[in-house]
Design a protein around this ligand. Structure first.
Ligand SMILES: CC(C)(COP(=O)(O)OP(=O)(O)OC[C@H]1O[C@@H](n2cnc3c(N)ncnc32)[C@H](O)[C@@H]1OP(=O)(O)O)[C@@H](O)C(=O)NCCC(=O)NCCS
Length: 157
């Protein structure tokens, strides 16, 4: 398999939709935060793997704030895109929305930046394609991502 040296964020975007059922609920009857965190990690990981075309493992998840409860019966929609890449690491920006499928009412539930490391067949970090910056949004996210990564490394987060 030949690996690309440069790839756009568009080529690895991912959207996952999940219907929230009683098995996802906490004691209050709302969706458990851990279920949402798992979905965020899954969505980001698929996005990172599509960029690297390698196995990727999670190395860091930035703080997550749950703005609104998610109710059983809601459609949870998770979208991920690559925001920054280093040599072997890939930062993804993941946004979660919840939709009431009856009314169509949609709320922004939470957002997170999740960083993955691509692994070679030896299980060690391996270089990933550069990110082709096509839009102003790409450039802004990349610049801010470089700053976030510097901050993570400086603070051992
Ligand atoms: C991922 C892993 C293989 C990296 O090994 P390592 O020896 O730390 O590798 P390196 O020091 O070469 O760092 C690899 C990349 O991670 C980045 N990194 C290291 N620590 C980081 C942190 N705290 N936050 C964000 N990125 C970090 C480095 O900057 C480097 O990226 P770059 O090549 O783009 O500059 C190793 O830490 C590991 O196996 N972790 C467990 C992963 C896992 O099991 N996750 C599942 C959930 S627990």
């Amino acid at each position: 398999m030949t690996l690309a040296t440069k790839k756009s964020a568009t080529s690895s975007r991912v959207a996952l939709h999940h219907l929230m059922t009683p098995e996802h609920a906490n004691a209050l009857g709302n969706v458990h935060g851990g279920v949402i965190m798992r979905l965020v990690d899954e969505c980001g990981a698929i996005c990172a793997m599509r960029h690297a075309r390698r196995a990727c493992v999670t190395i860091a998840i930035d703080s997550m704030t749950f703005r609104e409860p998610v109710h059983v019966g809601a459609l949870l929609m998770c979208e991920a895109r690559v925001s920054y890449v280093g040599r072997t690491s890939i930062e993804t920006s993941v946004r979660v929305h919840s939709e009431n499928p009856i009314t169509g009412h949609t709320t922004h539930t939470n957002s997170a930046y999740v960083v993955y490391v691509a692994l070679g067949t030896d299980g060690r970090p391996t270089p990933v394609p550069e990110l082709e910056l096509e839009t102003d949004e790409d450039r802004t996210l990349f610049r801010e991502g470089a700053e976030r990564q510097r901050h993570r490394m400086a603070h051992g987060e």
